[in-house]
Design a protein around this ligand. Structure first.
Ligand code: V47
Ligand code: SF4
Length: 369
């Protein structure tokens, strides 16, 4: 049984027919959605797709983020986390310090370490391989989701290896999957203006394609709410959809809300709740071949992330525990959240909380959880 809704934007009524018939939305449809002010209508449409993929379930993960270094050659203008090597505040964790961070949660039922950092010219490829090997040796049950496509491309250059061989070495050392960072917005105009030293959008997609061909799954992101146009957002989503058609290697898409504080774009306003919900919902509608859409609550706040469960989102990410990238850019959210709090937020929204591991295997409930 389907419920009737009165769209305030008539264009959405036509789109509803397409969506219910499982037809793919076009570039023009995506633009219509971004131009529409009928947020509830867009959310309603996104919810159809959300429930088709994930029914009433909302996923979360018991994870810990680890940032090994903020020294970075790229110095993207939107990044408040990175530093030059000799700048005050620059840090690089030794292997022992990474293991110390991991050991802080050794007694907790962690299923994932999420590890990313800057492009640090002082670290050899062996640093990353040793990190994976040691973590895997100590915590064989924990999935290592590590290194964005930008880092993987950098490793291949410093190691003098092909992308495939770099990824193979990482996987042999214990890499489980790749996080979705570094995608930003694929538009060359935006990259030239905001992150001129970063790999191109094409190269980011190439790294992901190579990983997927080796059986390494990944996530994908889009950094929105800065200088990008709606057209550039839709183009980004369509490029991801195209690659996913070929590889089926993406698990989750995560729109990342730009935080301007302490960046070179501090004059820009932060994103609004309206844009956040709209972007999540439109992502759900355009990415008809992505099984999951994640609201990273650290960037959105737990309250808006909870609301997003009615706007296409089926995953809230995790306990996180320590987060540096968004907090360097002024995020007011907590560093982490307890599993109980995540469950409560999900249940209150009328959804069924489901703990997952990184690759969406379900974690059975035990009395200790
Ligand atoms: O690549 C940098 C972004 C990303 C800012 O795969 C910023 O599950 C907002 O990718 N404001 C890293 N965002 C984080 C990331 C991520 C996070 C959570 C889950 C997953 C996943 C991936 O953060 C960077 C960049 O795109 N970023 N600066 C900023 N000022
Ligand atoms: Fe470096 Fe990533 Fe920050 Fe860009 S976003 S400066 S690549 S750490």
């Amino acid at each position: 049984m389907s419920t009737e809704i009165n769209f305030s934007d008539a264009a959405l009524k036509t789109m509803e027919e397409k969506i219910r018939a499982g037809e793919r939305l076009s570039f023009a449809d995506g633009l219509t959605l971004f131009q529409s002010h009928d947020l509830l209508g867009i959310g309603y449409l996104a919810n159809i797709v959300r429930e088709r993929f994930n029914d009433n379930r909302t996923y979360f993960i018991y994870n810990r983020h680890i940032n090994y270094s903020n020294t970075c050659e790229n110095r993207c203008y939107f990044c408040a986390f990175s530093r030059d090597r000799a700048e005050p505040g620059a840090f690089t964790l030794s292997l022992a310090e990474v293991l110390e961070k991991a050991s802080q949660v050794a007694k907790e039922p962690i299923t994932e370490f999420h590890i990313v950092g800057g492009l640090n010219p002082d670290l050899p490829f062996s640093y990353y391989l040793d990190m994976l090997r040691e973590l895997k040796k100590l915590y064989p049950q924990v999935h290592l989701q590590a290194f964005t496509a930008v880092e993987v491309d950098y490793f291949s250059r410093i190691a003098g290896l092909s992308l495939e061989d770099t990824l193979k070495e990482l996987a042999t050392a214990g890499l489980g999957s790749l996080p979705g960072g570094g995608a930003e917005v694929f538009s060359p105009r935006v990259r030239q203006a905001l992150c001129p030293k970063k790999i191109s959008g094409e190269r980011w997609l190439e790294v992901m394609q190579a990983a997927h061909h080796l059986g390494i799954k990944s996530n994908a992101t889009m950094l929105y709410g800065h200088i990008e146009t709606p057209e550039e957002r839709i183009d980004h989503l369509m490029k991801l959809r195209e690659l996913q058609d070929k590889t089926q290697g993406f698990m989750t898409f995560i729109p990342l809300a730009f935080h301007p504080q302490n960046t070179q774009l501090a004059h820009l306003p932060p994103t609004t709740g309206f844009l956040d919900l709209k972007t999540l919902a439109i992502s759900r509608l355009m990415l008809d071949n992505f099984p999951h859409i994640k609201a990273f609550w650290i960037m959105l706040g737990l309250k808006l992330a909870q609301l997003s469960l009615s706007f296409g989102v089926d995953d809230l990410d995790g306990t996180v525990i320590e987060e540096k990238i968004t907090h360097a850019a002024g995020a007011q959210t907590a560093q982490g959240v307890s599993q109980q709090e995540l469950i409560q937020v999900i249940e209150e929204a009328g959804r069924i909380p489901v703990e997952r591991d990184t690759v969406y295997n379900l974690i059975p409930k035990t009395s200790s959880r």
